[in-house]
Write a protein that binds this ligand. Structure first.
Ligand SMILES: [Ca+2]
Ligand SMILES: [Ca+2]
Length: 191
């Protein structure tokens, strides 16, 4: 009793005894709160479960039947840079591991060649999804993957080859690996 009385008195005087000193206003938030007012997806993802985020962003967006969100980014990047760019928005390079997901991704790609999260960089001709999902469903274009078919350069990263109305094709992962004009592609992120 006495203590609580003292605390009340102290709270009035110096804000002690568990009274929220900063509750009213002034101090602004700490570091983790500073993104609340920002509309950027990367900040929204901090406080919201990934699957609960609205499917918006990139240059176009579509949701697959299982609720996965696919974002198209039309700026051409290397596979490594595309991977980093997807991570920066709390997403991953797209894992089109089912027919449904692939149909959505292919629609988003349109006539572009776009990177997805599939590579055989670790073990040649053993393609692996970037998130460890087992590779079961595949949609290789006829004669692909071919690792450049004796072209003398490595093709270790996979695109949806919309540029030739095709399906999956292994391509160079970065500029300078293969012929001019290869290695940098638009890309799909997924969350
Ligand atoms: Ca390869
Ligand atoms: Ca190829």
């Amino acid at each position: 009793m006495l203590r609580s009385t003292l605390c009340s008195l102290l709270a009035v005087m110096v804000g002690g005894c568990g009274v929220e000193i900063g509750g009213g206003g002034g101090g602004g938030g700490g570091g983790s709160d500073s993104g609340i007012d920002s509309p950027r997806p990367v900040d929204a993802g901090v406080d919201v479960p990934v699957d609960a985020r609205p499917c918006v962003g990139g240059d176009a967006a579509m949701t697959s039947a299982d609720g996965s969100c696919f974002l198209l980014f039309t700026s051409a990047r290397s596979y490594a840079d595309a991977t980093t760019a997807c991570l920066a928005i709390n997403a991953k390079l797209a894992v089109t591991s089912t027919a449904d997901r692939y149909a959505v991704a292919k629609t988003l790609a349109g006539t572009r060649d776009v990177f997805i999260g599939l590579s055989d960089a670790a073990t040649e001709m053993t393609f692996a999804w970037i998130d460890g999902t087992p590779l079961v469903f595949t949609a290789w274009d006829p004669a692909e993957p071919n690792n450049s078919a004796g072209g003398g350069y490595e093709e270790d990263c996979v695109v949806i080859a919309g540029g030739r109305a095709g399906d999956w094709d292994d391509r160079p992962c970065a500029a300078g690996v293969g012929p001019a004009g290869t290695g940098l592609y638009p890309y799909l992120c997924q969350f």
